[in-house]
Design a protein around this ligand. Structure first.
Ligand SMILES: Nc1ncnc2c1ncn2[C@@H]1O[C@H](COP(=O)(O)OP(=O)(O)OP(=O)(O)O)[C@@H](O)[C@H]1O
Length: 291
């Protein structure tokens, strides 16, 4: 595999990802229209907006599932190296640039145990340690050490998400909320710099949602990993996000702290399904209510 040149522009030290003028067209439909925003290091950034606003499309561009029609996605990755994500293949985005993701629908290996799911995520370093040879896998060279380290890491994550007692149970047998957290732990086992989560709270009950919030806060605090998430559950967004980006009809309509975004008339109008001309009226109503 050839390593792409590191010709990405330098970002400010506190900025992990810069999305510039991102546009994605599907035939005649512009799903994402000239969207720009930053993801700061160690921040939880939420991407919100009504159905069809373009959130998943932005996500798919950042994680390499789509190549943007227009736009630049600069990531200051591991070791301070810069990457232009739109020039990388999707496997390079995860392995070289350090971007991990989960999906709207859980994609664990249901027949494998919880522990095995976390080991599979560490396949790349294990293969490297094996020297890609049978002798390596049989225990010569650094493979045994790497395998022991992978098991330790997997166990540490199972402890952290409260599933160590279920390490040997098939992932499919775990309750839904546990599967969601296991999926996040699996993504974390790849040592990402950016963790992208597509609706992590979907289908969770309030207790499971609380556990998820705690896990994401600990990832921010203890691992220093930045999180970019799409979420419809506003209680999760408002509680854990440092930064919220709002899309509507493919365009960015607001960008700021949860508090600022919550009070932005354009956001309120978008969620209420109000036409553009009526935004000022909504604005006046909000000001009136706050007075
Ligand atoms: N692969 C595709 N081909 C054609 N149109 C697409 C494709 N992916 C998304 N779209 C369209 O792009 C627009 C934005 O879709 P997207 O899934 O990004 O929105 P979203 O904000 O994630 O919506 P939701 O909250 O419902 O998941 C929609 O009109 C959708 O139908």
């Amino acid at each position: 595999m050839t390593t792409p040149p590191a010709d990405a522009p330098k970002l400010p030290d506190d900025t992990l990802l810069r999305v510039e003028h991102l546009t994605m067209r599907f035939g005649g439909l512009t799903a994402v229209d000239d969207v720009s925003f930053d993801v700061k290091r160690g921040d939880i950034t939420a991407l919100i907006g009504p159905n069809g606003a373009g959130k998943t499309t932005v996500f798919n561009c950042v994680t390499g599932f789509y190549k943007p029609t227009v736009g630049r996605l600069t990531l200051n990755g591991a070791g301070g190296r810069g990457w232009l994500l739109e020039r990388l293949r999707d496997h390079q985005i995860s392995r070289l640039a350090g971007v991990a993701r989960t999906f709207q629908n859980i994609r664990l290996f249901g027949g494998m145990t919880a522990l095995e799911n976390l080991l599979v995520a560490q396949h790349a370093p294990l293969m490297k340690a094996s020297g890609m040879t049978v002798l390596g896998v049989l225990g010569l060279g650094g493979f045994n050490k790497a395998e022991a380290a992978a098991i330790e890491k997997a166990k540490a994550w199972l402890e952290r998400i409260g599933l160590i007692d279920r390490a040997d149970d098939p992932a499919a047998d775990l309750p839904y909320g546990d599967q969601r957290r296991l999926e996040i732990a699996r993504a974390m086992c790849t040592d990402p710099v950016l963790l992208c989560l597509d609706e992590p709270a979907a289908g969770l009950n309030p207790r499971e949602s609380g556990d998820l919030n705690a896990l994401l806060r600990s990832i921010r605090k203890e691992d220093g990993v930045a999180v970019l998430l799409i979420e419809h559950d506003m209680s999760v967004v408002m509680e854990i996000s440092d930064h919220v980006v709002v899309l509507d009809y493919g365009k960015k309509i607001s960008d700021g702290t949860p508090q600022a975004v919550r009070e932005d008339p354009k956001v309120i109008a978008a969620y209420l399904g109000v036409e553009d001309e009526e935004v000022e009226a909504v604005e006046r109503e909000i000001e009136g209510a706050q007075a």
